[in-house]
Design a protein around this ligand. Structure first.
Ligand SMILES: NC(=O)c1ccc[n+]([C@@H]2O[C@H](COP(=O)([O-])OP(=O)(O)OC[C@H]3O[C@@H](n4cnc5c(N)ncnc54)[C@H](OP(=O)(O)O)[C@@H]3O)[C@@H](O)[C@H]2O)c1
Length: 320
């Protein structure tokens, strides 16, 4: 029973981030290791070797002098990178099939929703209007995915199976069968082909407010949809919300599916709530499942203690 303790710091605010739920799961998967939910004034912080965290308060992690690894319980580490006191230790993020497949469900659902004119059809149902518009095939539409990492690359493959043309853009060159991949300064060429823009980028200094009017104006306008559509499930910091609203108003964008916002929870006075061209979800495109992720962390700790390498370590220089 001399194993280093695992400290749990979870501040999510929603049911999925109930600290009690995560505590129970970590207790189950780390039966011979002390698991302590922070803050706990009675527990000696020098005994903590690992921290599993979601949105810890800035400075929280600096309080463990013998910490060895920080496990972020989600894929995006932007909240942690904003903590100037974050200890200089390996920072592991989540990249597991469970999370990836959940995100692909969201992306496919929303791409199909816009392609199949669901907003128009639901409104038709509400007003009892039997007036179908011509429907084009999926292969008439190109979905452009910004971010070809764990999430973007998987969504690209499934969207292709559905029948869409798919293109992608990332920082470094990529090769994905059947998906023309652009990178870095080839952004404009990628945008020119894109009818449905899916953003699965991390929020970093380089990507902040990348989703702005200047970018939307470069999207293709010749598809059967008439105007391009935005789907953002990356982070709110990636989007300029005033630009999204004005582009929806003047037709630069034909619609938007938003899962993430500059301010979360989305304030009740945000125009997004009631906008007829916006399909809104409360940052639940891909929930982190406590069962899956506690196992993922426990396995990584076992391997690390046996001298093995950690998976999915964040590159602090790049910020993701
Ligand atoms: N809404 C939700 O529920 C939810 C759930 C999970 C995750 N997310 C968000 O999704 C993001 C992506 O997750 P992931 O697991 O796919 O991350 P990932 O594997 O790290 O992939 C990130 C992708 O973005 C690209 N990228 C980063 N900076 C770039 C830049 N400046 N220019 C061009 N491309 C850039 C990377 O390019 P390279 O391949 O060249 O490195 C990579 O392809 C997370 O960071 C998180 O914010 C949201």
């Amino acid at each position: 029973m001399n194993k280093g303790a695992l400290a749990l710091l979870v501040h999510g605010g929603t049911d999925n981030w109930s600290p009690v739920r995560w505590m129970k799961r970590f207790g189950d998967v780390c039966p011979d290791r002390p698991v302590v939910q922070m803050p706990d004034a009675s527990f000696d912080p020098t005994k903590v070797h690992y921290a599993a965290v979601w949105k810890p308060k800035p400075g929280d992690l600096a309080g463990f002098p013998n910490l060895r690894v920080i496990f972020n319980l989600g894929a995006g580490v932007d909240a942690l990178m904003a903590d100037s006191t974050l200890p200089d230790l390996p920072l592991v993020r989540v990249a597991v099939p469970d999370l990836t497949e959940r995100m692909t469900e969201y992306v496919v659902l929303h791409a199909l929703m816009h392609h199949r004119q669901e907003l128009y059809l639901r409104e038709s149902q509400r007003v009892k209007r039997w007036s179908p518009q011509p429907q084009w095939a999926a292969n008439a539409i190109t979905v452009g995915i910004m971010g070809l990492g764990a999430l973007g690359a998987h969504a690209a493959g499934v969207l292709r199976h559905v029948g869409f043309k798919v293109v992608g853009w990332s920082r470094s060159p990529k090769e994905i069968a059947g998906v023309p991949c652009f990178h870095g300064e080839q952004l404009d060429a990628f945008l020119r082909q894109t009818d449905i823009l899916v953003c699965l980028l991390p929020a970093t200094a380089d990507t902040r407010q990348i989703l702005n009017r200047g970018l939307f104006e470069k999207l293709n306008r010749d598809s059967p949809m008439g105007a391009p559509v935005l789907i953002n499930a990356g982070r709110g910091a990636l989007q300029n919300e005033a630009d999204i609203l004005s582009c929806l108003e003047d037709g630069t964008l034909g619609g938007a599916s938003l899962d993430v916002y500059v301010k979360e929870p989305l304030p009740t006075d945000s125009p997004f709530w009631t906008h007829p061209k916006v399909v809104l979800t409360p940052h639940n495109a891909a929930d982190t499942d406590p069962d899956e992720i506690s196992k993922y962390v426990a396995q990584q700790i076992e391997r690390f203690e046996a001298g093995g390498a950690l998976d999915n370590v964040v590159d602090r220089g790049r910020g993701y």
